[in-house]
Write a protein of this length. Structure first.
Length: 160
């Protein structure tokens, strides 16, 4: 019960502050990485997120994460207006090992090129200011495995 209240607090705070509620969610299936474009993801966040702990640099507070299992991927697929194959898992992992970028940054770059969009120029911009990529003039937050939506410390910094 306590975890449900914490999760609701984090989701409500995130939804109130987020610049956009359009998403491109990444997931792996049968050796492929896919991107699912969801126009209004507010309603599915309770079903596709989980609680975790933020990194030490973020105070180690409770965080709202994207770590999809098969049932959560199914929710995303049902909500998507479009799903595209992005690359193989092997390709993404090779890029990760051979560059200074994390998996989320690599996925974001691949999403921009696959969906014929562009990355937002302000790297590491806050989720309150813009999306990660722009496709068809719409800002999207891009989430790949283990991505953080927000954490308790961030919401407190915004007065939530």
């Amino acid at each position: 019960m306590q975890n449900e209240a914490i999760k609701k607090y984090l989701i409500d705070g995130y939804n109130e502050l987020a610049f956009t509620h359009s998403y491109i969610f990444g997931y792996n299936e049968s050796g492929m990485v896919y991107g699912a474009r969801v126009m209004d993801g507010k309603e599915i966040l309770p079903y596709i997120t989980c609680l975790d702990h933020a990194s030490g640099k973020n105070g180690g507070t409770v965080s709202l994460k994207y770590k999809p299992n098969k049932a959560q991927i199914s929710v995303i697929i049902q909500s998507a207006i479009e799903i595209r194959p992005i690359c193989t898992v092997e390709f993404l992992e090779n890029e990760f090992r051979s560059t200074k970028f994390n998996r989320g940054q690599i996925f974001e770059n691949l999403v921009a090129s696959t969906f014929l969009g562009k990355q937002v120029e302000a790297k590491n911009a806050k989720f309150t200011d813009c999306g990660d990529v722009i496709v068809d003039k719409i800002h999207y937050q891009v989430k790949y495995l283990k991505a953080t939506f927000t954490d308790e410390r961030t919401l407190k910094n915004f007065g939530k």
